[in-house]
Ligand binder design. Structure first.
Ligand SMILES: O=C[C@H](O)[C@H](O)[C@H](O)COP(=O)(O)O
Length: 220
Protein backbone atom coordinates (compact mmCIF):
# COMPACT_ATOMS: atom_id res chain seq x y z
CA UNK A 1 0.00 0.00 0.00
CA UNK A 2 1.17 3.52 -0.70
CA UNK A 3 1.33 6.13 2.07
CA UNK A 4 -1.66 7.87 0.49
CA UNK A 5 -3.65 4.63 0.60
CA UNK A 6 -2.82 4.26 4.31
CA UNK A 7 -3.94 7.86 4.92
CA UNK A 8 -7.14 7.22 3.00
CA UNK A 9 -7.84 4.09 5.07
CA UNK A 10 -7.52 5.95 8.40
CA UNK A 11 -9.58 8.84 7.08
CA UNK A 12 -12.35 6.42 6.19
CA UNK A 13 -12.06 4.65 9.57
CA UNK A 14 -12.43 8.00 11.36
CA UNK A 15 -16.01 8.26 10.09
CA UNK A 16 -16.98 5.64 12.68
CA UNK A 17 -15.94 8.14 15.39
CA UNK A 18 -18.31 10.85 14.17
CA UNK A 19 -21.47 11.33 16.23
CA UNK A 20 -24.80 12.17 14.52
CA UNK A 21 -26.02 15.74 14.21
CA UNK A 22 -23.05 17.43 15.90
CA UNK A 23 -20.35 19.97 15.08
CA UNK A 24 -17.03 18.30 14.19
CA UNK A 25 -13.59 19.79 14.74
CA UNK A 26 -11.45 19.44 11.61
CA UNK A 27 -7.65 19.67 11.50
CA UNK A 28 -5.28 20.36 8.63
CA UNK A 29 -2.94 18.43 6.37
CA UNK A 30 -2.80 15.76 3.70
CA UNK A 31 -4.36 13.08 5.94
CA UNK A 32 -7.14 15.44 6.99
CA UNK A 33 -7.80 16.27 3.34
CA UNK A 34 -8.73 12.60 2.87
CA UNK A 35 -10.88 12.83 5.99
CA UNK A 36 -12.73 15.91 4.67
CA UNK A 37 -13.43 14.06 1.43
CA UNK A 38 -14.73 11.08 3.42
CA UNK A 39 -16.80 13.36 5.68
CA UNK A 40 -18.49 14.75 2.59
CA UNK A 41 -20.04 11.32 1.99
CA UNK A 42 -21.92 11.56 5.33
CA UNK A 43 -22.39 15.33 5.42
CA UNK A 44 -26.14 15.03 5.93
CA UNK A 45 -25.34 13.40 9.31
CA UNK A 46 -23.32 16.35 10.72
CA UNK A 47 -24.40 19.90 11.57
CA UNK A 48 -21.14 21.42 10.39
CA UNK A 49 -17.46 21.83 11.16
CA UNK A 50 -15.07 24.12 13.00
CA UNK A 51 -11.94 24.39 10.88
CA UNK A 52 -8.28 24.82 11.86
CA UNK A 53 -7.04 26.53 8.70
CA UNK A 54 -8.04 28.51 5.63
CA UNK A 55 -7.09 25.45 3.51
CA UNK A 56 -9.39 23.10 5.39
CA UNK A 57 -12.18 25.70 5.39
CA UNK A 58 -11.93 25.99 1.63
CA UNK A 59 -12.08 22.21 1.17
CA UNK A 60 -15.00 21.80 3.58
CA UNK A 61 -16.97 24.54 1.84
CA UNK A 62 -16.21 23.09 -1.59
CA UNK A 63 -17.93 19.91 -0.36
CA UNK A 64 -20.92 21.90 0.90
CA UNK A 65 -20.10 21.35 4.58
CA UNK A 66 -21.02 24.35 6.76
CA UNK A 67 -18.04 25.94 8.55
CA UNK A 68 -18.83 27.61 11.88
CA UNK A 69 -16.96 30.14 13.99
CA UNK A 70 -15.64 28.52 17.18
CA UNK A 71 -17.08 31.41 19.18
CA UNK A 72 -20.57 30.40 18.09
CA UNK A 73 -20.19 26.76 19.08
CA UNK A 74 -20.87 25.37 22.57
CA UNK A 75 -19.59 21.87 22.14
CA UNK A 76 -17.28 19.93 19.83
CA UNK A 77 -17.60 16.24 20.72
CA UNK A 78 -14.80 15.12 18.38
CA UNK A 79 -11.75 16.74 16.80
CA UNK A 80 -10.08 14.81 13.96
CA UNK A 81 -6.54 15.75 12.96
CA UNK A 82 -3.25 14.28 11.77
CA UNK A 83 0.20 14.55 13.35
CA UNK A 84 3.82 14.73 12.29
CA UNK A 85 4.87 12.39 15.11
CA UNK A 86 2.99 10.62 17.91
CA UNK A 87 4.54 8.75 20.85
CA UNK A 88 3.26 5.90 22.99
CA UNK A 89 1.49 8.30 25.41
CA UNK A 90 -0.45 10.09 22.65
CA UNK A 91 1.77 13.19 22.79
CA UNK A 92 2.37 14.67 19.34
CA UNK A 93 4.42 17.03 17.24
CA UNK A 94 2.12 19.00 14.95
CA UNK A 95 2.43 22.04 12.73
CA UNK A 96 4.35 20.69 9.77
CA UNK A 97 1.61 22.33 7.72
CA UNK A 98 1.75 25.51 9.80
CA UNK A 99 -1.72 25.26 11.33
CA UNK A 100 -0.61 24.51 14.90
CA UNK A 101 -2.22 27.48 16.67
CA UNK A 102 -5.78 27.01 15.46
CA UNK A 103 -5.32 23.25 15.81
CA UNK A 104 -4.35 23.60 19.46
CA UNK A 105 -7.30 25.89 20.14
CA UNK A 106 -9.83 23.49 18.64
CA UNK A 107 -8.17 20.46 20.26
CA UNK A 108 -8.55 22.18 23.64
CA UNK A 109 -12.20 22.97 22.94
CA UNK A 110 -13.02 19.40 21.89
CA UNK A 111 -14.12 16.55 24.16
CA UNK A 112 -12.14 13.95 22.26
CA UNK A 113 -9.07 14.13 19.98
CA UNK A 114 -8.97 11.46 17.28
CA UNK A 115 -5.54 11.42 15.64
CA UNK A 116 -5.30 9.89 12.16
CA UNK A 117 -1.86 8.84 10.98
CA UNK A 118 -0.05 6.30 8.89
CA UNK A 119 2.39 4.06 10.76
CA UNK A 120 5.43 6.17 9.74
CA UNK A 121 4.33 8.78 12.31
CA UNK A 122 4.69 6.46 15.33
CA UNK A 123 7.87 7.17 17.34
CA UNK A 124 9.27 6.12 20.69
CA UNK A 125 10.70 9.61 21.34
CA UNK A 126 9.45 12.84 19.77
CA UNK A 127 11.87 15.24 18.10
CA UNK A 128 13.22 13.75 14.91
CA UNK A 129 10.61 15.83 13.07
CA UNK A 130 11.62 19.49 13.59
CA UNK A 131 9.36 21.06 16.24
CA UNK A 132 7.35 23.99 14.80
CA UNK A 133 6.99 27.09 16.98
CA UNK A 134 4.74 29.96 15.85
CA UNK A 135 6.29 33.29 16.85
CA UNK A 136 5.32 36.98 16.68
CA UNK A 137 7.76 38.34 14.03
CA UNK A 138 9.44 40.97 16.25
CA UNK A 139 10.40 38.28 18.77
CA UNK A 140 12.16 36.03 16.24
CA UNK A 141 15.74 36.42 17.51
CA UNK A 142 14.80 36.49 21.18
CA UNK A 143 12.80 33.27 20.86
CA UNK A 144 15.54 31.68 18.73
CA UNK A 145 18.12 32.38 21.47
CA UNK A 146 15.87 30.85 24.14
CA UNK A 147 15.25 27.78 21.98
CA UNK A 148 19.02 27.35 21.49
CA UNK A 149 19.42 27.52 25.28
CA UNK A 150 16.93 24.62 25.49
CA UNK A 151 19.22 22.57 23.22
CA UNK A 152 17.51 23.11 19.87
CA UNK A 153 18.60 24.46 16.52
CA UNK A 154 15.78 26.81 15.40
CA UNK A 155 15.50 27.58 11.68
CA UNK A 156 13.15 30.13 10.17
CA UNK A 157 10.55 28.57 7.84
CA UNK A 158 11.36 30.46 4.63
CA UNK A 159 8.79 32.56 2.75
CA UNK A 160 6.05 31.45 5.11
CA UNK A 161 3.48 33.24 7.27
CA UNK A 162 0.77 31.46 9.25
CA UNK A 163 -2.96 32.15 8.82
CA UNK A 164 -2.47 34.45 11.85
CA UNK A 165 0.31 36.49 10.19
CA UNK A 166 3.16 35.07 12.26
CA UNK A 167 6.43 33.29 11.45
CA UNK A 168 7.44 29.71 12.25
CA UNK A 169 10.73 28.56 13.70
CA UNK A 170 11.30 24.85 13.05
CA UNK A 171 13.46 23.51 15.87
CA UNK A 172 15.86 20.76 14.82
CA UNK A 173 18.01 18.54 17.00
CA UNK A 174 15.69 17.99 19.96
CA UNK A 175 15.24 14.66 21.72
CA UNK A 176 12.00 15.23 23.60
CA UNK A 177 12.02 12.82 26.52
CA UNK A 178 9.70 15.02 28.62
CA UNK A 179 7.13 16.51 26.22
CA UNK A 180 4.92 18.11 28.87
CA UNK A 181 7.82 19.91 30.52
CA UNK A 182 9.21 21.14 27.19
CA UNK A 183 5.76 22.33 26.09
CA UNK A 184 5.45 24.36 29.30
CA UNK A 185 8.99 25.82 28.98
CA UNK A 186 8.53 26.93 25.38
CA UNK A 187 5.10 28.38 26.16
CA UNK A 188 6.80 30.61 28.76
CA UNK A 189 8.97 32.44 26.20
CA UNK A 190 7.47 35.87 25.39
CA UNK A 191 6.73 36.07 21.67
CA UNK A 192 5.82 32.40 21.34
CA UNK A 193 2.24 32.10 20.13
CA UNK A 194 2.09 28.30 20.08
CA UNK A 195 4.51 25.41 20.28
CA UNK A 196 3.62 22.42 18.12
CA UNK A 197 4.00 20.01 21.04
CA UNK A 198 0.61 18.58 21.95
CA UNK A 199 1.40 16.83 25.23
CA UNK A 200 -0.84 18.48 27.85
CA UNK A 201 -3.69 17.99 25.41
CA UNK A 202 -2.61 14.91 23.50
CA UNK A 203 -4.66 12.45 21.49
CA UNK A 204 -7.35 10.36 23.17
CA UNK A 205 -7.17 7.79 20.41
CA UNK A 206 -5.02 7.27 17.32
CA UNK A 207 -6.15 5.45 14.21
CA UNK A 208 -2.97 4.14 12.64
CA UNK A 209 -2.83 3.02 9.03
CA UNK A 210 -0.68 -0.08 8.53
CA UNK A 211 -0.44 -2.45 5.55
CA UNK A 212 -2.28 -5.00 7.75
CA UNK A 213 -5.22 -2.67 8.42
CA UNK A 214 -6.17 0.26 10.66
CA UNK A 215 -5.09 -0.15 14.28
CA UNK A 216 -6.75 1.74 17.12
CA UNK A 217 -4.52 2.96 19.97
CA UNK A 218 -6.27 4.45 23.00
CA UNK A 219 -4.39 6.66 25.48
CA UNK A 220 -5.18 7.41 29.13
O1 LIG B 1 -0.11 21.97 10.55
C1 LIG B 1 -0.33 20.83 10.17
C2 LIG B 1 -0.82 19.74 11.03
O2 LIG B 1 -0.33 19.77 12.32
C3 LIG B 1 -0.82 18.35 10.44
O3 LIG B 1 -1.67 17.61 11.24
C4 LIG B 1 0.49 17.64 10.40
O4 LIG B 1 1.46 18.45 9.79
C5 LIG B 1 0.37 16.30 9.66
O5 LIG B 1 0.07 16.52 8.33
P1 LIG B 1 0.01 15.37 7.26
O6 LIG B 1 -1.28 14.63 7.48
O7 LIG B 1 0.03 16.08 5.93
O8 LIG B 1 1.20 14.51 7.45
Amino acid sequence: MTQDELKQAVAQAALRQIPQDQIIGVGTGSTVNFFIDALATIKHKVRGAVSSSERSTERLKAHGIAVLDLNDVDRIPVYVDGADEIDASGAMIKGGGGALTREKIIAEAADRFVCIVDASKLVSTLGKFPLPVEVVPMARELVARRLRALGGDPRLRKDYLTDNGNIILDVHGLTISRPRELETSINQIPGVVTVGLFAHRGADVALVGTPGGVQEHAYL
